[in-house]
Design a protein around this ligand. Sequence first.
Ligand code: NAD
Length: 505
Amino acid sequence: MVKHDTKPAEAPPDERRELTFGKVWNYAPAPESTDHFAIAERYGLFVGGEFKKPKSGEYFATINPATEQPLAEIAQAGDADVAAAVSAARSAFPAWSKLPGDERARYLYRIARILLERAREFACLETLDNGKPIRETRDVDVPLAAQHFFYYAGWADKLDLAFPGARPRPLGVVGQVIPWNFPLLMAAWKIAPALACGNTVVLKPAETSPLTALRLAEVCQQAGLPPGVVNIVTGDGRTGQALVRHQDLAKVAFTGSTEVGKEIQRAVAGRGVELTLELGGKAAHLVFEDAAIDQAVEGVVRGIFFNQGHVCCAGSRLLVQESIHDLLVDKLKARMQRIRVGDPMDKNTDMGAIHSKAQLQRIRELVAAGEAEGACLHQATCALPGKGFWFPPSVFTGVASSHRIAREEVFGPVLAVQTFRTPEEAVEKANNTSYGLSAGIWTDKGARILWLAERMKAGVVWNNTFNRFDAAAPFGGYKESGFGREGGRQGLRAYLRFDGALQPG
Ligand code: NAD
């Protein structure tokens, strides 16, 4: 087990004194490690290229969900703080939007490179603040975040080629609100395409995981990004509300719950503000009897237990062809038993801490509802740490489509298993949800994959794999999973208006 320790820095680096307030602390991942990095005791707001004390004067704590220990104090931005950030973004817009695309690209490439250079620091910080395993932050979150900056840097001087004849133009100031499950990655998904298209941004990270967005602000400084092009305001839902209601925004981009997404839709209605929403999901994961069963089991595990199941596109509804149900469930239970749950900073850990007390309560409530409604609960037997927020890998069999665990997003390591007999029944059951973000298919038959993919009402359909992401691949939902696409060429559209005779198809 890796030992964790937080201890005061002997001499706070000058650079950090300028950026943040109060005493600076060093975090040492292991006593023998030289891989130290600092977490400030208190963070201000990143506005106009500088960290500033909030006009509100308010702060709140962000904690390590694996230990419940406070990591830092974070500014709670009030209305005046949000207004200052939007004003900074507005002032920066004319020069940034007129900059030739290849020059904007240079900044994005620089940010991407710095992210990779500081990858260990970002991975550790994300794991501490979020609770997800270091293996995932190291191998998925940080490299993918960098990949998004590299990818959109490549588009910055090719917007006319991306949309021939449509004369793409930037929109203006974009307000972006993101959730806690992939804090750095979501920030990259939002900021990289917006900047590539010539917009300036005000981003609000989730209140329970703000540290990597604030560190990304430092990277923007290090990359020499002009002041005001990126602004980061921290705070809870009130800060998000103040941001999306601000009259000077040209666009709002939101990732989070369907409930808040609907509220934001009402808040921007009639204002002529562009809007994209990336919301919840309840993905169907289909396994046919001809599938490579052991690979499918690995896919199912990745689909639901990756990131503790805190994944909008998690394969949370497993639909298994009836003839292989018992075999697959037995293999899954055996595999679940081998999942290592525990210290997120240990590189051997498969599943880390549940992100927050509130999320743990939500998971417990839905699991209790599953049992009360008559489904059969199977849980891995594993020793969970005494401190922090934890939940074992869990699978429900005997689930009916009417059960809450089959309809509602648990957003935790809880899988609901149902069966089907024919491909037609599989499609019907898969689409029987108010969501439409993602789906997965395991079968040996290519023709069946195409037949199913055409019929599944989901923005992403994975075939013989699950939870794979790439900056070049568009991502987004149907129905209550939202609208608009992030990633790929399609991800540019959300940050552009079109003045040409030809509108993009
Ligand atoms: P949430 O909706 O509670 O919060 C998301 C963000 O919105 C946070 O920054 C929060 O402070 C802010 N917020 C809260 N109330 C607001 C308001 N009234 N106005 C403006 N902003 C407000 O969601 P969460 O609990 O942080 O994240 C989990 C949800 O996000 C899940 O439903 C998950 O499916 C969804 N999600 C979707 C995607 C996707 O790409 N579709 C990706 C990740 C997460």
